[in-house]
Design a protein around this ligand. Structure first.
Ligand SMILES: *[C@@H]1O[C@H](CO)[C@@H](O)[C@H](O)[C@H]1NC(C)=O
Ligand SMILES: *[C@@H]1O[C@H](CO)[C@@H](O)[C@H](O)[C@H]1NC(C)=O
Ligand SMILES: *[C@@H]1O[C@H](CO)[C@@H](O)[C@H](O)[C@H]1NC(C)=O
Length: 366
C-alpha cells in the first residue's frame, strides 16, 4: 500500500510540476476520475472534475389500472464528456405497503435484466443519451410506491425517485360479521377478495378532498388507521375538530382490529344490473350471472363502475361478498341520501330475494 501511495504522490507531484492543476471540489460529493490508477488512460478522463447528475423531473406520476406509465429519469455529466460512458442503471421499488426495496430492472448499455413480477411489463426507454426512464405497462393496483432510479458510473453513484400513484376510487369496507373485525392481514385479504387493494394515505387524502366522509376507522396500506371527516359531528370526534383525516397512528398489525379502506381503479369490463323475471336468493343470483356469461360483481368492481363509469341504478343487488348494494350518481327520492354514493343494505340472510350486479370482463364480452 505504502509503495502505491508513494507512486501516486510522485505521480501527482509530476503533474503539478508539468503544469496541471487540480481543481478543488466545491461540493462535498464532487467526484474526480482517478483512473490513472488503472492505467487505461486512453478511455478515461483525466483530472477534470466531472460530476454525475441524475434527475427525475417529476416527484410523482399518476396512472390507472391496466394502463401504461413512464417514470422519468435522466442522467448527465458536468462538464459534458466527449465520448459516451457506459453506466449502470438500476430501478428498484419500495411498495406503498412498506417492507423492503426490491429490484425491478438493471441495465448496462443495451443489456438489461428484469426481476420478478416486473418481467414482461417494464423496459428502459433510452430515447436519447442519458434517458433512463422506466416504461411500465399493464399496471396493477399493487404497483404503487416509490421507484428509485440509480445510476452508477465508476465509483460515482446517484439516484432519484418517482412515486407511482394510481387513480381510482377509495371505499370503506366492513367485515360481514360487523365493524372493527379485521386485523391488518385480514383487511388486506378482504380488499384483495373484492378486486381492490389497501388504500394508500395519498389515495384516502384525495378521496377526502372529493368529499369522502366516514366515521369508522380503517386500515391503510402503511399500517396506520385513519378516517376521513368532511363534516365534523359529535360521534366522529366532536364538532370542535376541523375537517380532515383523523389518525389513530400506526396500530398493531395482528392485535388491533378495524375496518379497512380499499382502493380500486378502472375496469377492463362492465358492471350491470341483472334481474330475470323474479328476484333471487344469493345462490340463484350467482347462477344468473354465470348463465349470462359473467360473474357476480365484487364490491370493488361496483365502486369502480359507480365512480369511473357513472353507473347509476336505484335497484339493490347482490354482490360477491353476500352484501346488497346499489350505485347512485344522480341522487333522487327513494334512492338513499342526497349525495352520490354506493348505498349499502348490509349483509342480508342469503335466502332473501334481490336483483344482482354482474361483472363481465372484456374477454368474456368478445
Ligand atoms: C400500453 O403499451 C402497450 C405496448 O407498448 C400498448 O400495446 C398498449 O396499447 C398500451 N396501453 C394503453 C392503455 O395505452
Ligand atoms: C399484485 O397483484 C397481482 C394481480 O392482482 C398479483 O398477481 C400479485 O401477486 C400482487 N403482488 C404483490 C406483491 O402482492
Ligand atoms: C336458493 O333457492 C334455491 C331454489 O331455487 C335453493 O335450492 C337454494 O338452497 C337457495 N339458496 C339459499 C342460499 O337460500
Amino acid at each position: 500500500m505504502i509503495c502505491c501511495l508513494q507512486t501516486l504522490l510522485l505521480f501527482l507531484a509530476q503533474l503539478v510540476l508539468s503544469g496541471w492543476v487540480l481543481t478543488a471540489p466545491t461540493i462535498s460529493d464532487n467526484f474526480f476520475y482517478h483512473d490513472f490508477l488503472n492505467g487505461n488512460s486512453n478511455k478515461e478522463i483525466h483530472f477534470r472534475g466531472v460530476k454525475l447528475h441524475v434527475d427525475s423531473a417529476l416527484p410523482s406520476v399518476f396512472a390507472a389500472r391496466g394502463g401504461n406509465v413512464t417514470m422519468p429519469c435522466r442522467f448527465w455529466h458536468e462538464p459534458e464528456v466527449s465520448s459516451p460512458r457506459e453506466v449502470r442503471v438500476k430501478w428498484s421499488w419500495l411498495p406503498a405497503t412498506g417492507g423492503q426495496e426490491t429490484d425491478v430492472l438493471v441495465a448496462i448499455g443495451s443489456r438489461s435484466r428484469i426481476f420478478g413480477e416486473f418481467r414482461g411489463r417494464v423496459q428502459l426507454r433510452q430515447d436519447f443519451p442519458g434517458d433512463a426512464a422506466l416504461v411500465m405497462t399493464e399496471l396493477q393496483l399493487n404497483d404503487t410506491g416509490r421507484y428509485r432510479c440509480e445510476v452508477v458510473d465508476g465509483l460515482e453513484d446517484k439516484s432519484s425517485s418517482v412515486y407511482l400513484e394510481l387513480r381510482g376510487v377509495v371505499f370503506p369496507y366492513q367485515h360481514p360479521r360487523g365493524y372493527y373485525h379485521m386485523s391488518f392481514l385480514e383487511a388486506q385479504q378482504a380488499c384483495d377478495e373484492q378486486d381492490s387493494t389497501l388504500a394508500t394515505f395519498t389515495q384516502l387524502f384525495q378521496s377526502w378532498k372529493e368529499g369522502l366522509n366516514w366515521c369508522n376507522a380503517g386500515w391503510l396500506a402503511d399500517g396506520t388507521v385513519q378516517y376521513p371527516i368532511t363534516r365534523p359531528r359529535v360521534p366522529c370526534g366532536g364538532n370542535d375538530l376541523a375537517p380532515g383525516l383523523r389518525s389513530y397512528g400506526r396500530r398493531h398489525r395482528r392485535l388491533h382490529r378495524y375496518d379497512v379502506f380499499c382502493f380500486s381503479s378502472s375496469l377492463r369490463g362492465e358492471v350491470y344490473y341483472l334481474q330475470p323475471s323474479d328476484k333471487m336468493n344469493l345462490t340463484e343470483a350467482e347462477q344468473a350471472c354465470q348463465k349470462d356469461g359473467a360473474d357476480i360483481a365484487k364490491v370493488g368492481q361496483l365502486y369502480a363502475a359507480w365512480k369511473l363509469a357513472g353507473l347509476d341504478r336505484c335497484d339493490a343487488g347482490w354482490l360477491a361478498d353476500g352484501s346488497v348494494r346499489y350505485p347512485i350518481n344522480r341522487p333522487r327520492t327513494n334512492c338513499g341520501s342526497s349525495e352520490p354514493g354506493v348505498r349499502s343494505v348490509g349483509f342480508p340472510p342469503p335466502q332473501h330475494k334481490h336483483g344482482v350486479y354482474c361483472y363481465k370482463s372484456e374477454n368474456e364480452r368478445m
